[in-house]
Write a protein that binds this ligand. Structure first.
Ligand SMILES: Cc1cc2nc3c(=O)[nH]c(=O)nc-3n(C[C@H](O)[C@H](O)[C@H](O)COP(=O)(O)O)c2cc1C
Length: 396
């Protein structure tokens, strides 16, 4: 008999041979490890080593995930499906990374001793640190890395176990009738505690900008799935693969957005905002969250980096809406920089995918906890007590 451990739900079962799936959460055999043969991954590097093998040819889990042309995602994907890379020559992807590299932190070590409080609040929910799992989708199609539902579960659970929230994405093989993200969100968000009390919803659905009618159906399903918020990645309007699979996407007008904001009782997130004009339009339409993002550089080549446009958007809207930023954030130091530039919280995309592919929910938890640890250290070394108090004065 061997002990088989599920990386997504931590259940351990005694079996003679590898189970086909976890009997508790249903995760695939890929997420089951024999603890007598293999040690559980314990560090982000352990997790990335496994992801590197599983994503061979698509992503080498480099120490510098910078969108450079020397990286497998860019050089081998040029002219081919986008994989893990950026659109075109990857200039927007590279700009995200470079714009953060160009910002420096002012070290402040003289003053009272402090124990930084990394916690914050997002739409009335407490986060242990201002970092969430970005909306991503389609991982099942990458080297058959893991079934899509297991991926979604890994992100939502891993984020929750680390004290934060996982957003879920949308792609061409998700439909209102067969939707891996919504299935998992329903399962995870409506979970009851052992004593029967409902646990707070911890997974958010972000949909592609489909037709208004389809979106209303999806939003209703997200409400039924206990999501604490719902939104659109407006920059997904350029996707051609959605239309090719009979699921067309559209640019959205202020009227379209207002209609959706009024349709739902949930706070509304608009993701993929890279200009003050769009940000103000979304706020005017009633969005609660403006998500400053260029989709990790995957939708339009040659945009500025997110860290370059964030300050202007934040100065126009800080305090009126919740502002998130994502793109090229790889470390707790980067998190601090984005908060100092005006974000209320940030999202991690590729790193959370790699963590989920490497070791399911456990991998995501390990990665997120590491980010939190480094963020806390960065706060300490720049003399910051609380997330709310962080501002541009710590940058140089
Ligand atoms: C493989 C992949 C799939 C993605 N899928 C989605 C999606 O379905 N919806 C969405 O809003 N954004 C999607 N994104 C963009 C992320 O939410 C996020 O904006 C981006 O990854 C942040 O940049 P980073 O990867 O450098 O952290 C995807 C990104 C990647 C790399």
């Amino acid at each position: 008999m061997s002990k088989w451990y599920c990386l997504n739900c931590s259940d351990e079962q005694e079996r003679d041979s590898r189970p086909d799936s976890c009997s508790v959460c249903g995760s695939d055999a890929k997420l089951m490890i024999n603890r007598e043969d293999v040690a559980l991954p314990g560090t982000p590097e352990d997790v990335r080593d496994i992801a590197r093998k599983r994503l061979k040819g698509l992503c080498a889990a480099y120490p510098f995930c910078d969108g450079g042309f020397d990286k497998v995602c860019q050089k081998e994907a040029y002219g081919k499906p986008i994989g893990f890379g950026g659109a075109g020559q990857g200039r927007s992807f590279a700009a995200n990374y470079a714009s953060l590299m160009n910002i420096r932190l002012k070290m402040r070590v003289v003053g009272d001793h402090i124990e930084p409080d990394t916690s914050t609040e997002f739409l009335g929910m407490k986060l242990d640190f201002p970092v969430m799992g970005a909306s991503t989708a389609g991982i099942e199609k990458y080297n058959d890395a893991m079934p899509e539902r297991d991926f979604c579960r890994a992100v939502v659970r891993g984020c929750r176990d680390a004290g934060t929230i996982g957003w879920r994405g949308d792609t061409w093989f998700y439909t209102p009738d067969d939707n891996p993200a919504l299935d998992v969100l329903k399962d995870e968000n409506l979970k009851k505690d052992i004593d029967g009390t409902a646990l707070p919803g911890r997974g958010i659905a972000i949909f592609k900008p489909r037709s208004q009618d389809v979106l209303k159906r999806l939003i209703t399903l997200a409400e039924e799935a206990g999501c604490p918020a719902v939104g659109l990645d407006l920059d997904g309007c350029g996707s051609t693969i959605m239309a090719r699979h009979g699921q067309p996407v559209f640019r959205k007008s202020i009227n379209d957005l207002t209609e959706l904001v009024r349709f739902t009782s949930l706070p509304f997130i608009t993701k993929g905002i890279m200009s003050v004009e769009d940000a103000l339009a979304c706020a005017d339409a009633g969005a609660s969250v403006i998500s400053v993002s260029n989709h990790g550089g995957r939708v339009l080549d040659s945009t500025p980096g997110v860290a370059e446009v964030l300050p202007e958007i934040a100065s126009a809207l800080k305090g009126r809406v919740f502002i998130t930023a994502d793109g090229g954030i790889r470390t707790g130091y980067d998190v601090l920089k984005m908060i100092a530039l005006g974000a209320d919280a940030v999202l991690l995309g590729r790193d959370v995918i790699r963590a989920a592919v490497g070791a399911g929910a456990l991998g995501v938890k390990i990665h997120m906890e590491h980010i939190k640890k480094v963020f806390k250290k960065a706060m300490f070394m720049t003399g910051q007590n609380s997330v709310k108090g962080i501002d541009g004065s710590i940058l140089c």
